[in-house]
Write a protein that binds this ligand. Structure first.
Ligand SMILES: *Cc1c(COP(=O)(O)O)cnc(C)c1O
Length: 402
C-alpha cells in the first residue's frame, strides 16, 4: 500500500486521470487493474495481525473495511473530482443514506430541495423523521425559501442539480453559501451532471455523492455508489459508518467501474452531443408541448446552467400532448429506445416518471415538481443520433394519430 506505487499527477487532465489515476500495479506488472475478488487477507504472523488492528501497520484486513480494487476506484474517483477522499458504497442510495445518516443525530434539522431522486426523497421525508430528525423541503429555485429554511441551525442539506426528472438547475454556490451560515454540511447528488460537467466542491459543496450505477459503469451492468469530501469528515464520520453498517462495494463491481471510467469521457461527451441533437429535434416536432435540456436557450435556468455546468449532459425531459395516454402511445411506438427507469446507460432509455420513478410521491407533490402526466424522461445513449431521431419520429407519429 505504499503511496509511491500509486499512479497520479496533479497535472493530468480529466481524460488521462480516467485511465491512469489511482492504479496500484502489483509485482506482476499487469496492464489493466487487478481484480482482488477476496473477502479476507492473511498476515505473515500474529504480530502483524495485532499491529494491523492497532493501526501501527498498514495492511488490508477484510473487504468490508477496504479492498485493493475498491481502493483503486476510490482513488480514481477522488482524483477526477478533486476531492481529498472517497468512500465507495454498494449503491448510489448507499452513498446518499450513509452521507446523511453518518452525519445527523436525533434533534438535528435537515433541509433538502424538493426535486430529488425518488429514494432520496423517501429518506428525507420518511426515514430521517423516524430517527427524530426534523426535515424541510424547499423549492430549489427560490432563494428566499432557502433563506427561510436556514433561519434555524441546520445539520445538513441535500441537493440535486440538474434534478431528476425535470432537469431543474439549482444555484449551488448561492445555496451552499446560505447553508454554511446555518452550519450545514452541503451534500450534492451530482449524478445527472456526471463528474465531468459539474464540480460541486468548487461551487462550495462539502460532499458529493454519486450513483456509479449510472454514467460511471455506464453500460447497465452493476450497482455502486461513492461519497467524496474532505479527508477528516470521510475518515472520522463517514468511513466508520460505512464499515460498520456493511455498505461495502463489491470488488467485482469496483473493477467493472474502473473499466467504465476508462471510457467515461468518450461516452458522456458522445451521449451529450446526441442529447443536444434529440432535444433540438423534439423542440421542433409537432405534438411535443415542451422540452427541457440545460444547454438549450429555452431552459428556465439556461444562464445558470451555462455558468455552473460545462455541458448540458445526457438527460432530456419533454412533455407530449395528450397526458398519460399520449406519453404511453409515444413510448409504445418506439422500437430502438427501450422503456427502462435506469439512466446513464450506453443504450437510450425512456421512462414515464408519473407512473414509475415518481409514482409514490403522489399527484400533489408531482404537480409541485412540474412532473406532468405527459412528461417523459429520456436518458440519451450512444446510438447514432439519426437513428434516435427516426425512432422518436415514430413516437411523434403515434401522437399525431391519437
Ligand atoms: C440512480 C440515482 C440514485 C440512486 O442510485 P442507485 O445506484 O440506484 O442506488 C440517486 N440519485 C440519483 C440522482 C440517481 O439518478
Amino acid at each position: 500500500m505504499s503511496d509511491s506505487k500509486i499512479s497520479s499527477s496533479p497535472h493530468w487532465r480529466p481524460a488521462t486521470r480516467l485511465l491512469h489515476a489511482g492504479l496500484e500495479r502489483t509485482e506482476y506488472g499487469e496492464t489493466s487493474e487487478a481484480l482482488f475478488l477476496t473477502s479476507g487477507f492473511v498476515y505473515d504472523n500474529a504480530e502483524q495481525a495485532a499491529k494491523t488492528f492497532t493501526g501501527e501497520v498498514s495492511h488490508y484486513q477484510y473487504s468490508r473495511f477496504a479492498n485493493p480494487t475498491v481502493a483503486a476506484l476510490e482513488r480514481r474517483l477522488a482524483d477526477l473530482e478533486g476531492a481529498e477522499a472517497c468512500v465507495a458504497t454498494s449503491t448510489g442510495m448507499g452513498a446518499v443514506s450513509a452521507a446523511l445518516l453518518s452525519h445527523v443525530k436525533a434533534g438535528d434539522r435537515v433541509v433538502a430541495s424538493r426535486a430529488l431522486f425518488g429514494s432520496c426523497h423517501w429518506i428525507v421525508a420518511n426515514l430521517l423523521p423516524q430517527y427524530g430528525v426534523e426535515t424541510v423541503f424547499v423549492d430549489g429555485g427560490d432563494l428566499a425559501a432557502w433563506d427561510d429554511a436556514f433561519s434555524k441551525p441546520t445539520a445538513a442539506v441535500l441537493l440535486e442539480s440538474p434534478s431528476n426528472p425535470m432537469l431543474d438547475v439549482l444555484d449551488l454556490a448561492a445555496i451552499a453559501e446560505r447553508a454554511h451560515k446555518a452550519g450545514a454540511l452541503v451534500i450534492v447528488d451530482n449524478v445527472f451532471a456526471s463528474p465531468l460537467y459539474q464540480k460541486p466542491l468548487e461551487l462550495g459543496a462539502d460532499v458529493v455523492v454519486y450513483s456509479c450505477t449510472k454514467h460511471i459503469d455506464g453500460q447497465g451492468r452493476v450497482l455502486g455508489g461513492a461519497v467524496l469530501g474532505k479527508e477528516d469528515w470521510i475518515k472520522d464520520t463517514l468511513q466508520p459508518f460505512v464499515r460498520n453498517t456493511g455498505n461495502a462495494l463489491s470488488p467485482f463491481n469496483a473493477w467493472v467501474m474502473l473499466k467504465g471510467m476508462e471510457t467515461l469521457a468518450l461516452r458522456v461527451d458522445a451521449m451529450t452531443r446526441n442529447a443536444a441533437a434529440v432535444a433540438d429535434y423534439l423542440a421542433s416536432a409537432p405534438c411535443i408541448v415542451s422540452v427541457r435540456y440545460p444547454d438549450r436557450k429555452d431552459h428556465p435556468q439556461y444562464d445558470l446552467a451555462q455558468r455552473q455546468m460545462s455541458a448540458g449532459g445526457t438527460m432530456v425531459a419533454f412533455e407530449v400532448a395528450g397526458g398519460q395516454a399520449g406519453a404511453f402511445a409515444f413510448m409504445n411506438a418506439l422500437r430502438l429506445i427501450a422503456i427502462s427507469n435506469n439512466l446513464g446507460d450506453a443504450r437510450s432509455l425512456v421512462t414515464h416518471p408519473a407512473t414509475t420513478t415518481h409514482m409514490k410521491i403522489g399527484a400533489e407533490e408531482r404537480a409541485k415538481l412540474g412532473i406532468s402526466d405527459g412528461a417523459i424522461r429520456f436518458s440519451v445513449g450512444l446510438e447514432d443520433s439519426a437513428d434516435l431521431i427516426d425512432d422518436l419520429a415514430r413516437g411523434v407519429a403515434a401522437l399525431a394519430k391519437g
